[in-house]
Design a protein around this ligand. Sequence first.
Ligand code: BDR
Ligand code: CA
Length: 310
Amino acid sequence: MEQAKRIIMDVDPGHDDAVALMLACGSPELELSSVTTVAGNVPLPKTTNNALRVLSLIGREDIPVAAGASSPLKRQLTTAENVHGESGLDGPDIPDATFGPDNRDAVELIADTLRESSEPVTLIPTGPLTNIATFLREHPELKERVSRISLMGGSIGLGNTTPAAEFNIYVDPEAAREVFSSSVPITMSGLDITHQAGAGPAERERLRHSGRLGGVVAEFCEFFATTYKRIYGFDAPPLHDPVAVAAVLAPDLIETRPMYVDVECEGKLTRGETVCDFYGIAGKPPNAEVGIKLNREGFFELLCDALKKL
Ligand code: BDR
Ligand code: CA
């Protein structure tokens, strides 16, 4: 087997962030070097505790977890308890974490991991982009050690937090704008493809029988299904964040198109909209590979296979 690809995940767990961590840990093709947390779905102490709880459950106490930003660059934090519950991981009972956070903060841990790695590292942010923007501001000298940013966020089309904006980008649009203009190669897994990763009743059953943690994943999805049904009328809650991991693990599962993407930071109705130049009308060079189609069957196979390895 080829050498495992090194990744750092920046997360705000969140049910789908938790499943994204599991997908990464169950995939020998990836080496999850560090995890950093950001305020998003719930405030920072909870996202950090949730990341520690999920890694404890997986048995990966060896992965350092560092807490990052407790609020967006310029705005008040917006959270999503309506989707993920008060804890951020409502649903199944999850034991307390068996280890604590690293002494470093998120930006320091990202910087140290990049410095210590002999090869470039892929960043996978699945929450608001506050930590990633701060890292790029504070460590421009390390930018070249980042091979790609594979992020979950944005949408070519509809939003899920406002009619125009997806949650992660809505929460910290200024950070997202800095990341999209950083010139680091970006893969954007937005709602256009993550909504193709809906875990309906059949997928939930399949997940339930996928390894030791399948039951927990199925219960995450059951909780997620209830809130998605109530808010959006969906039967199949989308496993957004694992798609950003799949984009690194099995890029063939995702059809992308190069586009110039900018982020609306001023608009009253459109705060946090990712404005994607699908047709190249503005004539600006593309700054992102934007997902337009997901191989849904392949995605669930990848996820179930990974869960069986945990
Ligand atoms: C994104 O927002 C969060 O609620 C999810 O964890 C995902 O990262 C989807 O819009
Ligand atoms: Ca998330």
